[in-house]
Design a protein around this ligand. Structure first.
Ligand code: AMP
Ligand code: MG
Length: 414
């Protein structure tokens, strides 16, 4: 099915006043994840996307073992004191067997000696020579970790689509697995368009600006872990643009451009796009970032972002990020929305979604958010100073100080 057919099936799709949620839905409806995968060492899997089930061939822990430093005992023993007959250390098991009235000194992680079923922590026992006195009210099986308690032989722990975090890398290593099948990295080509763009290293002529979009786009792509292909700045010249689009779509799974989709420029780009593939031009009910193009050139998906530096970042995070992660085969993509109290009144009109640049901060016990001030879509400093977007939903009007608002954090663990 063509892109136009796919998106026109969406209820409420209107290319000239497209709601943010509809635009997102339309994009995702058109995309399919790449199929190719590769096998790589576990050490290199951070940030990659799993392409297989991880199935333990051992139990973790492999043996019943002690969770604490103390004494391994037989719970059924009523005798007190007990006789200490040896020690079990991590990696150095005790090879005898506990008989009635006996106990073994045991360290965290050491294998439970045969016959023992309970561990008493060392802080509460009294020791005189090799005689150990245990206080009453111990519980059977306390402080013992059982074989397979974390991970069981044959039961998959991670599956395809999993974005691998530091804990996952460790988890795979804990199973003794050395190589992992992951999706190949998504290839994303990008370039900036505009006659006014100067490159770093050349002095600015009248009316020129330094191209910053390519640097923000390149940096945002780097964080997504895709293979980014920087194709430089392309002048607003049909022949040069055509060449760039052709080359990019051959090299990459996705192509991102900035500039050239605003009303003044769209016609010329539109004609070119129509010649090369299938591209839709949208006016999205959002601020910043209204104009945007989405479509397909050759086998590559195209994301034509606006030129304004803040609009580039907002449209990237709200549409392109999730689209690329979906294409990469990742299944946990959406950025979480949290709630915080507005620290000031916020101007907003219903009928569009706004992404104000915010600073989330702690005021006593409460998390509050304020804007970074000047919110123009060309003010990149507003992004630089912010640590979150304040997301003001489509229907929402003015916000009064103290009201809860949604925020999307720029940074997170993981
Ligand atoms: P456009 O969408 O091409 O009309 O561009 C809108 C605004 O963004 C203009 O003020 C451009 O100068 C600016 N702009 C476009 N591309 C870039 C870029 N790569 N770096 C910095 N500013 C840009
Ligand atoms: Mg332009």
């Amino acid at each position: 099915m063509s892109i136009a057919q796919t998106v026109s099936c969406l209820d409420g799709y209107d290319p000239d006043a497209l709601r943010v949620d509809k635009a997102r839905e339309a994009i995702l409806a058109c995309l399919t994840p790449i199929g190719e995968s590769e096998k790589i060492p576990v050490k290199e899997t951070l940030g990659r996307i799993l392409a297989e089930d991880i199935v333990p061939r051992i139990n973790v822990p492999a043996h019943d073992n002690s969770a604490m430093d103390g004494y391994a005992i037989r719970f059924s023993d009523v005798e007190n004191p007990l006789k200490e007959i040896g020690a079990a250390l991590a990696g150095k098991p005790f090879h005898g067997k506990l008989g009635p009235g006996e106990c073994v000194r045991i360290m965290t992680g050491a294998v439970m000696p045969p016959g023992a079923d309970t561990v008493v922590i060392q802080e509460i026992v009294k020791k005189q020579g090799d005689r150990i006195t245990i206080p009453p009210a111990q519980k059977k099986a306390q402080n013992v970790r059982y074989a397979g308690e974390d991970l069981k032989i044959g039961v998959a722990v991670l599956g395809p689509g999993r974005f691998l975090k530091p804990a996952d890398v460790g988890l795979i290593a804990s199973l003794g697995i050395g190589e992992v099948r992951v999706r190949r990295r998504l290839r994303v080509a990008f370039f900036a368009t505009g006659d006014e763009l100067a490159s770093i290293g050349t002095p600015l002529k009248e009316g020129e600006v330094y191209d910053s979009n390519r640097y923000t786009v390149g940096s945002m792509l780097a964080r997504l872990g895709v293979e980014a292909i920087d194709m430089g700045v392309v002048r607003d010249d049909p022949a040069l643009l055509e060449k760039a689009f052709r080359e990019a779509s051959q090299k990459a799974d996705a192509v991102i451009t900035t500039g050239g989709v605003s009303v003044g420029e769209a016609d010329f780009v539109k004609q070119l796009m129509a010649k090369l593939g299938e591209v839709l031009f949208w006016k999205i009910a959002m601020r910043p970032g209204r104009p945007m193009a989405f479509g397909r050139i050759g086998d590559a998906f195209l994301f034509g972002l606006p030129g304004n530096p803040v609009a580039v970042m907002v449209t990237f995070y709200q549409f392109v990020r999730d689209a690329l992660l979906h294409m990469s085969g990742r299944e946990d993509a959406p950025i979480p929305l949290l709630q915080a109290a507005a620290a000031e009144n916020l101007r907003k009109v219903p009928g569009r979604t706004e992404y104000q640049r915010g600073v989330l901060f702690r005021d006593g016990t409460e998390w509050k958010v304020r804007t970074t001030g000047q919110q123009g879509s060309g003010v990149l400093r507003s992004m630089s100073e912010a640590n979150c977007f304040i997301v003001l939903e489509h229907e929402r009007g003015q916000v009064k100080a103290g009201e809860p608002v949604s925020v999307q954090l720029f940074e997170g663990l993981a």
